[in-house]
Ligand binder design. Structure first.
Ligand SMILES: C[S@@+](CC[C@H](N)C(=O)[O-])C[C@H]1O[C@@H](n2cnc3c(N)ncnc32)[C@H](O)[C@@H]1O
Length: 399
């Protein structure tokens, strides 16, 4: 093999050094040696082959790739994937307020109801992303639907079946990779049956399916566990893509106090009526031996999960007063900060809509992490196969 020829006459300590360096830079021996020679000689004829260049670019997160953003909300997936070189070709979101935010941030208005979108009209893409609606599966959504005597999970006719529309798009468009996100409870909903059905459907489409619960606290000062599902087309990646969610980075040192605004308006302070109600409610549940109630957040720690219902009373993430008064809720900008949305993005909707949007969103930094991991699997495949046009769009373009 070429790589043996490159290094066979070298002393063992140098071979050891090469091995360590190339592992650190995630290159094969041949790639590393070629790069080293390139660097040393500056000789244009020793340039790395195209596939290797692509692989190296990918591992550093600079590979251009395309994606579509389904159930886009305000574009948490889009921000995360654009941050690592992705180009969004299509988005779909039916809520007009979310569309307003999305268009203010990205310059285009998403398509509406996914059920009315003809899959063939969606452009070919490398990665399909979707944070499909979670209310049919979330603990809060399920108990609300039960209390109203309504069906939940797949039996919820309006929202529970949207996964199957998504699966139909995957079936027709066959993206090399799909990244889906949902609440943690998806895994245990209906004693695990819901997740079993979803996984089986994706596997029946010939995808290798990985899933894990990731806590956004590794990136933002918020406990927010979400289920991430990463699917690889087996036709392209085989049965065992080089993919793993591990290792997840250590939690960042960012503290809840860091995301607060210096002088929030007094309108965010809870009224006596609401504060008394929340305390009485918490006390009632404490006596019954359970932990329901408001969350007064430690400024030196992390907050509870921001939910889409935060606009109602803000109870899950309250900020203690520093003068003994009533606590306050987050401002919309602080909610954005808590989710890791950059401050350059304007908030163009009402407070209520902003809280809903941030509470529904995915943390872009987590998407960036999962996206990088998925691209690393592509990178490994390119290295193994030496094929420089792995991704769908490039494959087509080169035909
Ligand atoms: C969990 S949120 C996704 C949030 C998104 N990941 C983000 O970062 O903002 C699900 C989204 O699906 C949208 N949705 C629900 N039903 C839909 C439908 N039939 N067609 C299009 N969008 C829909 C909801 O309005 C909601 O914004």
């Amino acid at each position: 093999m070429k790589r043996d020829i490159l290094i066979r006459n070298l002393p063992s300590d140098i071979r050891q050094w090469i091995d360590n360096q190339r592992k650190r830079s995630r290159m094969s021996q041949q790639e590393f040696m070629t790069k080293l020679l390139n660097d040393i000689s500056g000789n244009a004829q020793l340039r790395m082959p195209n596939s290797t260049e692509r692989a190296v670019k990918m591992s550093t997160g600079k590979l251009p790739f395309s994606f579509v953003d389904l159930f886009a909300g305000i574009g948490g997936f889009r921000l995360g994937l654009e941050g690592i070189g992705g180009k969004c070709l299509f988005s779909c979101e039916w809520d007009k307020y979310a569309q307003k935010t999305y268009s203010a941030w990205f310059g285009d208005v998403p398509e509406g109801d996914i059920r009315e979108i003809e899959p063939r009209s969606i452009p070919d893409h490398d990665i399909l992303t979707a944070g499909f609606p979670c209310q049919p599966f979330s603990i809060a959504g399920v108990s609300k639907k039960k209390s109203l005597g309504r069906e939940h999970g797949f039996k919820d006719q309006t929202q529970g079946t949207l996964f199957f529309h998504l699966a139909r798009i995957v079936e027709q468009k066959r993206p090399p990779i799909a990244i889906l996100e949902n609440v943690k409870n998806l895994r245990s909903h209906d004693k695990g049956n819901t997740w079993a059905v979803i996984k089986k459907r994706l596997e029946s489409l010939n995808y290798r399916v990985y899933s894990d619960i990731i806590d956004a606290r590794h990136w933002v000062p918020q406990h927010r566990e979400r289920m991430f599902i990463v699917c690889f087309d087996k036709e392209m990646f085989g049965d065992t893509p080089h993919f793993s969610f591990e290792p997840i980075p250590k939690p960042r040192k960012r503290l809840f106090g860091d995301i607060l605004e210096p002088a929030p308006p007094s309108k965010y302070i809870l009224s006596d009526k609401l504060w008394n109600y929340l305390q009485a409610y918490a006390e009632k549940h404490r006596q019954r031996g359970n932990g329901f109630g408001y969350g007064l957040t430690d400024l030196e720690g992390i907050s509870r999960t921001l939910s889409a219902r935060y606009y109602k009373d803000g109870s899950e993430v309250l900020i203690p007063s520093d003068n003994g008064g009533n606590p306050r809720r987050l401002t919309p900008r602080e909610a954005a900060n808590l989710m890791g949305f950059p401050s350059r993005l304007p908030i163009t909707v009402s407070d209520t809509q902003a809280y809903k949007q941030f509470g529904n969103a995915v943390v872009p930094k987590v998407v960036e992490f999962v996206g990088r991991r998925a691209l690393a699997a592509v990178c490994e495949l390119i290295r193994e196969s030496g094929n420089s046009c792995l991704l769908k769009n490039q494959r087509k373009a080169n035909r």
